[in-house]
Write a protein that binds this ligand. Structure first.
Ligand code: SAH
Length: 315
């Protein structure tokens, strides 16, 4: 899956197959920009800070965030240097059109030392998973070989579950969260992770593919479809705490955006854009209504252990 997804992002315009929160409404990136500005204040307003985005897609979130920050927090705008973690050359070019002057990285390792504020929307779900099935005789790992599923006896996911259960483990997501947490503990800062998934560890097959905007067989024609799996936030939190960071949430995306002022900002945009009221309200509803993206999507923050509660996680 790792290689299939790298090929997919490198060769296609993924936004023909799916849409994401920043592509739905400008208010999403604006609110995350305001969040980052408050976090920078809580950090003591350092003169230099890396504003990092992992998996920035078309660069829309950062473009909207920077526009908002330039208006409401010029001190932060002057202190922040944008860094993108992106492996697709094609998407790097898209991102450069919307955010000129960014620096690009293949991973966390090459980021500069010093405090950072990191945003990651729908990044962890694109990382590879391993899938285990509980058979009558024990766990087997299920994977693809020569275009077909094979099942091989294995140690399992490190947890018991009834026969027939499917469990998914993303070693890559855990390692990434651990690496990020170590950075935050050593250099200061906070990271906001937004994705769809479960707060508690759960069973079930969530591996799925979207090809041309429609659900597809994830095993057909590798590299042609977007492959994703639900994020196991409990495992991510565990890895982050073990590496020395504080973890906040996860809370639902609906509650998080609401507490950051989604409805007030939407009302202001409606007042400023007569004739677009219905469209702006519908976009906000799509992000926050429980039956849309408001409940399935979760928001988690990791921070330096000395951090006070970041915005949206005060309760
Ligand atoms: N955050 C964006 C895009 C989400 S799609 C949005 O909300 O619209 C996932 C993004 O992660 C893409 O930019 C993809 O190229 C990038 N990506 C996927 N796997 C990656 C990896 N292993 N390392 C770095 N970037 C990766």
């Amino acid at each position: 899956m790792a290689r299939a997804n790298t090929a997919y992002y490198a060769s296609r315009d993924p936004f023909r197959d799916f849409t994401t929160s920043p592509e739905i409404a400008q208010v999403f990136g604006e609110l995350l920009g305001a969040w980052a500005a408050v976090v920078w204040q809580l950090m003591g307003a350092p003169a230099q800070v890396a504003l990092v985005e992992a998996g920035p897609g078309r660069g829309t979130l950062m473009q909207d965030a920077l526009r908002c920050v330039g208006r409401v927090a010029p001190g932060f705008a002057a202190a922040a240097k944008v860094h993108f973690i992106e492996t697709s050359q094609r998407l790097r070019a898209e991102q450069g059109k919307r955010v000129p002057g960014a620096a690009w990285h293949d991973g966390l390792e090459s980021l500069p030392e010093g405090p950072c504020i990191l945003l990651a929307n729908e990044f962890l779900d694109a990382l590879p998973i391993r899938q285990f099935v509980r058979g009558a005789g024990g766990w087997v790992e299920r994977f693809v070989q020569d275009g077909a599923f094979v099942e091989v006896a294995s140690g399992g996911p490190g947890r018991e579950a009834p026969v027939g259960s499917v469990m998914e483990v993303s070693d890559v997501a855990r390692a990434w969260a651990g690496g990020l947490a170590r950075r935050l503990a050593a250099h200061g800062g906070a990271a906001l992770i937004l994705d769809y998934g479960t707060a508690e560890r759960s069973c079930g097959d969530s591996f799925q593919a979207l090809r041309g905007g429609k659900p597809a067989d994830p095993l057909l024609d590798p590299g042609s479809a977007d492959l994703t799996a639900h994020v196991d936030f409990a495992a991510v939190a565990c890895a982050a705490r073990a590496a020395g960071a504080a973890v906040w949430g996860p809370v639902t995306q609906g509650a998080f955006l609401g507490s950051l002022g989604l409805w007030e900002r939407t009302a202001a945009l409606e007042a400023a854009n007569p004739g677009r009221e219905g469209e702006l309200r519908a976009a906000a509803m799509r992000l926050a209504a429980p039956e849309r993206m408001g409940r399935l999507f979760k928001v988690m923050c990791m921070s330096h252990p000395g951090f006070p509660a970041p915005p949206g996680f005060e309760a």
